[in-house]
Design a protein around this ligand. Structure first.
Ligand code: HEC
Length: 198
């Protein structure tokens, strides 16, 4: 994210007296650059795969290993989840997911079940990506104004994706997620940042 601020010279007119003479002051103001929305679309409305989500806020890693799911988990196996930084800041202030919120879920295989630290599940390689976007204008007809996108569950990932049908994604999120279609109950970073829980 670009943080550089441009300093702009602003002419502030303080007051114009009866004589018609105006007293002015040259002041410097901070002008924040407009940040690019985290969700970018092609001309025909497909979502572009976010390019820099690994620089976003990481919020948690649910894991559904294949060996606990009859060898074939629906979303194998680690799910490393990120939220775009401006929406995280908004959430930390308000406890709400704003319009424009983007959540990215990377799917990562189990690479090994043993490490010097003990037996367990240890990350292999990233092989899939899913994204959720909230936008009450663009997705006003989607339940909860959330749209869900699959960029493939095996490499190579797609560069753009058409939104999935609400019945394949939104319904389970709506019925089971702790907050506004988001499975906040599994994301310690969001729970701890939530001002409403403090
Ligand atoms: C049967 C229920 C179910 C269905 C159907 C489902 N999900 Fe999810 N989804 C979950 C659960 C549970 C989590 C959090 C825990 C996890 O990742 O295992 C989650 C998390 C996510 C996240 C991370 C952000 C969040 O909302 O918590 C994304 C992105 C996501 N799912 C995308 C999708 C997409 C895309 C589809 C449709 C192709 C889909 N999901 C269908 C249950 C579901």
């Amino acid at each position: 994210m670009q943080c550089r601020r441009r300093r702009t010279v602003v002419l502030v007119t303080l007051f114009c007296g009866l004589s018609g003479v105006c007293y002015s002051l040259l002041a410097e103001a901070d002008e924040a650059p407009a940040t690019k929305p985290a969700a970018q679309y092609t001309a025909d409305g497909k979502l572009k795969r976010p390019a820099d989500h690994r620089k976003w806020m990481y919020i948690g890693t649910p894991i559904t290993p294949n060996d606990l799911n009859d060898g074939d988990a629906a979303f194998p196996e680690f799910h490393a989840v990120y939220i775009d930084p401006d929406s995280f800041a908004h959430f930390a202030k308000t406890g709400e997911f704003r319009d424009g919120t983007v959540l990215v879920k990377e799917l990562i295989s189990v690479g090994s079940k043993e490490a010097p630290s003990g037996k367990g599940y240890f990350m292999g390689d990233m092989h899939g990506l899913d994204v959720a976007v909230k936008d009450s204008k663009r997705f006003k007809d989607e339940p909860g104004a959330w749209a869900y996108f699959n960029f493939s569950h095996k490499l190579p990932l797609k560069d753009e994706s058409t939104k999935s049908a609400a019945v394949s994604c939104n319904k389970c999120h709506e019925d089971n997620a702790a907050k506004d279609w988001v499975f906040m109950q599994y994301y310690p970073v969001l729970r701890d940042a939530n001002p409403r829980a403090k």
